[in-house]
Design a binder for this molecule. Structure first.
Ligand code: URA
Length: 451
């Protein structure tokens, strides 16, 4: 096979067949297809797209480029929950121990923050001693013994995605639904849960800026998961404003702990409950929504959800006393309370601006591998729809220095839009996507299993 022929075929709008896609990924990993050829192909895909069959073939070829964990062969059901990323999104930190405390095992490999969005591993590493670099053996052992493991993404899983993502990042080829879907799903399928819940974020702080784009991405990923033998559902949720009140690693972890104590802000609590109930009913661990809601409520009220997180933090080498006493999480030396410059209703908070301002404070990284500061970030004291009087505290800035705090103060104030009239808080849940399997139709992965 010849890379140039395949690039030309895609450039002219043709479809690549299964063998051609498998060859391209294998040859790229072996260094037989050069970066410049893969870049040209990726750009042709950005423009010409890929159909559902090509997108599944690309995903499976990326899965086969590395180790496959197949956790569902060790225990079933076992779930994964993935967010496409946003600002203040600490849902995984609460939902994973919550459903594990309800008897549903969670095998969670998760990423670091990049750009304006945060990452679950960075938030967990606010806990002294926490080891997110688990070997595959340790990861599987934890899921089997504790019903929960929270690990960084292992580089042996879907390594073709790592190599292609790095290339996409520097060649303007990130924004393509088939490429994003294949990239996300290759990492999920390489872990191999029985069920997967995707939280596709929509809005100013998300990758997908419109509901229509988010729905297309969700439908593409759900179809890949189902065709590959993983029961997959998606929720679409709003990222027009940051989720909850806290933005920044230790601040977000503390807010997730508040959710597990039943004391979290309304929006993040509602989303965590919705996702936990969806996971429990989807896997049939609970047979009705009412039963799932009761289990979620009981796990929080009894302290079992918080205790499950403490148990797993201890098993991963972390200081579990921080889970009981979050006041001992890292705190920033400077805390500045920013008052509202005017009275009115909060009409909007630009999530991307807040995310970028938190990166500038040191909570995130501008480049892969940059160090981060777990203690810095923001607490938004007023969210969309709330009434604020002039000079009332609006935002707390947690910073390393006074200079950093006063720079952040200007940016975060500029992220707020005001109205004199009453503003309805925007809806958080924007839809759901699931795919019913046609009776008798076997998933593709089981029909064409590779050794
Ligand atoms: N996240 C991923 O893992 N891959 C993409 O392509 C985009 C976001």
């Amino acid at each position: 096979m010849n890379a140039v022929d395949l690039i030309v075929r895609k450039r002219e709008g043709g479809a690549l067949d299964t063998e051609q896609i498998a060859w391209l990924v294998r040859a790229y990993m072996a260094g037989e297809v050069a970066d410049y050829q893969m870049s040209a192909l990726l750009m042709a895909i950005v423009w010409r797209g890929m159909d559902a069959r090509e997108t599944l073939d690309l995903t499976l070829a990326m899965v086969r480029s590395g180790v496959e964990l197949r956790v569902r062969e060790a225990l079933t059901p076992v779930v994964d929950k993935h967010s496409t990323g946003g600002v203040g999104d600490k849902v995984t930190l609460a939902v994973a121990p919550l459903v594990a405390a309800c008897g549903l095992p969670v095998a969670k490999m998760t990423g670091r923050g990049l750009g304006h969005t945060g990452g679950t591993v960075d938030k967990l590493e606010s806990i002294a001693g926490f080891n997110a670099a688990l070997s595959q053996r340790e990861f599987l052992d934890l899921v089997q013994r504790h019903g929960l493991a929270l690990s960084g993404q292992s580089s042996d899983l879907a390594p073709a995605d790592g190599k292609m993502y790095a290339l996409r990042d520097v060649t303007g080829t990130i924004p393509s639904i088939p490429l994003i879907a294949a990239s996300v799903m290759s990492k999920k399928l390489a872990v191999g849960p029985s069920h997967l819940l995707l939280d596709v974020k929509v809005g100013s702080g998300a990758f997908m800026k419109t509901r229509a784009e988010a729905r297309r991405l969700a439908e593409t990923m759900v179809r890949i998961g189902e065709d590959a033998g993983v029961r997959t559902r998606a929720v679409l949720s709003s990222m027009e404003q940051p989720l909850g009140r806290a933005v920044g690693n230790a601040l977000e972890l503390a807010e997730a702990l508040a959710v597990l104590r039943g004391e979290g802000p309304d929006d993040v609590t509602a989303l965590c409950h919705h996702e936990a109930v969806t996971l429990l009913t989807f896997t049939r661990v609970a047979s009705t929504v009412a039963e799932a809601e009761k289990r979620v409520h009981d796990a929080i009220a009894s302290g079992r959800a918080l205790a499950k997180l403490a148990e797993v933090v201890a098993a991963q080498g972390g200081d579990a006393t921080l889970i009981e006493d979050p006041s001992r999480l890292p705190t920033a030396p400077v805390r500045l309370t920013v008052p509202a410059a005017r009275a009115g209703y909060v009409a909007a908070i630009d999530a991307e601006r807040v995310g970028l301002a938190s990166v500038r404070l040191g909570a995130g990284r501008e480049r892969k591998g940059d160090p981060i500061d777990h203690s810095v970030g923001f607490v938004l004291l007023a969210k969309v729809g709330e009434r604020v009087e002039a000079d009332q505290p609006l935002v707390e800035v947690h910073a390393r220095t006074k200079d950093a705090a006063s720079q952040a103060r200007e940016t975060v104030l500029a992220a707020y839009t005001w109205s004199d009239d009453l503003v309805e808080p925007p809806p958080l849940l924007l839809g759901a996507v699931e795919r019913k399997r046609a009776a008798g139709r076997a998933p593709r992965r089981q029909r064409a299993r590779v050794p």
